[in-house]
Design a protein around this ligand. Structure first.
Ligand SMILES: [Ca+2]
Ligand SMILES: [Ca+2]
Ligand SMILES: [Ca+2]
Ligand SMILES: [Ca+2]
Length: 292
C-alpha cells in the first residue's frame, strides 16, 4: 500500500520517538534512594532521580546527625540492568568517605544486592557531607557501567553550646565618655551549622559589680559593649566587673548548660578635678613671710 509523504513523515517521527524511549530506558546503573521519612519506600524515580545517560544520580540524600538510623536501612541501592538483560553475575562496590576513607565504618554495602547500610551515628561537626561512588563490576572486577555518585548531606542538630573565646575579657574606657561609646567586644563560638539558629549566638549581661545603675549595654547579636550614659566617674568607681552569658538558638531559654564569662572594664582617668589649695597653709606661709 502506497503511503502519502505525510504518513511517511509521521512513521519516521514514531520510529525516532521509539528510539529515544529505548535509549532512555535501556541498560544502566540505577540508584534508588530510600527516604528516611517514607520508612524504606523508594522515592518515585521520576521526581527524585535524574536519568543521566546510563546512570541514575540523585538529589543529595539527607540524614540527621546524632540519631540511630539503622532502622532506615538500606539507605540506598545501586543496580545495573545488565544483570537481568545479559544474565551475568554482577557485584557492587562503593568507595568514599565513611567506607574506604576516614571516618571508616560509617557505611557498609552488600556486594551482591548493591544495598548501602548505615552502621554509625553521624556527627555533622566531624563530617558534614559524604560523597560516595558506586560501581557495578564483572567477575574480573572490571567496571560494567559508568560509576555513579551518591551525595549524603548530614543535617544539623543543636548539640553544641556557645563557647566564649576567653574566660575573662579585659577592656577600658575613659571616665566621662559620651553615652553609647563602644567599650569592647566579646565573642563566643558555636560549632553547629552556621546556616541555622543552632549556631546563632546571643549575649546578655547577667550582673554588674559594683551594682549601681546599669553603666553598660551589651548588643545581643554582636557582643559589643557600650556605655549607657556619660556618668562614668573614675574617682567614684575605678573599675567594673560584668558577668555575661552566651546562648544559642537566638537566645531562647533551654535546659541546656549556658556558659558564662567575666568582663573587667577599667575606668581611665581624665583631668576633671581642679586642684584645691588649703587656705590655712597659705595663711601660715604668708604670715611667716611677714615676720621674717
Ligand atoms: Ca554533632
Ligand atoms: Ca550539630
Ligand atoms: Ca549550638
Ligand atoms: Ca579624674
Amino acid at each position: 500500500m502506497a503511503r502519502s509523504p505525510g504518513d511517511r513523515c509521521a512513521l519516521l517521527l514514531l520510529v525516532q520517538l521509539l528510539a529515544v524511549v529505548c535509549l532512555d530506558f535501556g541498560n544502566g546503573l540505577h540508584l534508588e534512594v530510600f527516604s528516611p521519612r517514607n520508612e524504606g519506600k523508594p522515592f518515585p524515580k521520576h521526581t527524585h532521580l535524574v536519568r543521566q545517560k546510563r546512570a541514575w544520580i540523585t538529589a543529595p540524600v539527607a540524614l540527621r546527625e546524632g540519631e540511630d538510623l539503622s532502622r532506615k536501612n538500606p539507605i540506598a541501592k545501586i543496580h545495573s540492568d545488565l544483570a537481568e538483560e545479559k544474565g551475568i553475575k554482577i557485584t557492587y562496590k562503593y568507595t568514599g568517605k565513611g567506607i574506604t576513607e576516614p571516618p571508616f565504618g560509617i557505611f557498609v554495602f552488600d556486594r551482591n544486592t548493591g544495598e548501602l547500610n548505615i552502621t554509625s551515628i553521624l556527627d555533622r561537626e566531624e563530617t558534614p557531607y559524604f560523597l560516595l561512588t558506586g560501581y557495578a563490576l564483572d567477575s574480573r572486577g572490571n567496571n560494567l557501567e559508568k560509576p555513579l555518585e551518591l551525595r549524603i548531606k548530614v543535617l544539623d542538630i543543636n548539640d553544641n553550646e556557645p563557647v566564649f573565646t576567653q574566660e575573662v575579657f579585659v577592656g577600658s574606657i575613659e571616665e566621662l565618655s559620651a553615652a553609647h561609646t563602644l567599650v569592647m567586644k566579646i565573642t563566643a563560638t558555636d560549632a553547629d551549622d552556621p546556616e541555622t539558629l543552632n549556631a546563632k549566638v546571643s549575649y546578655r549581661i547577667v550582673s554588674q559589680e559594683p551594682a549601681n545603675s546599669h553603666m553598660f549595654y551589651l548588643n545581643k547579636d554582636t557582643g559589643e559593649i557600650y556605655t549607657t550614659s556619660f556618668t562614668l566617674d573614675r574617682e567614684e568607681h575605678s573599675s567594673y566587673s560584668l558577668t555575661v552569658e552566651a546562648r544559642d538558638g537566638n537566645g531562647q531559654i533551654t535546659d541546656k548548660p549556658v556558659q558564662q564569662a567575666q568582663v573587667q572594664i577599667r575606668i581611665l582617668d581624665v583631668n576633671d578635678n581642679i586642684p584645691v589649695v588649703e587656705n590655712k597653709m597659705v595663711t601660715q606661709f604668708y604670715s611667716r613671710l611677714t615676720i621674717s
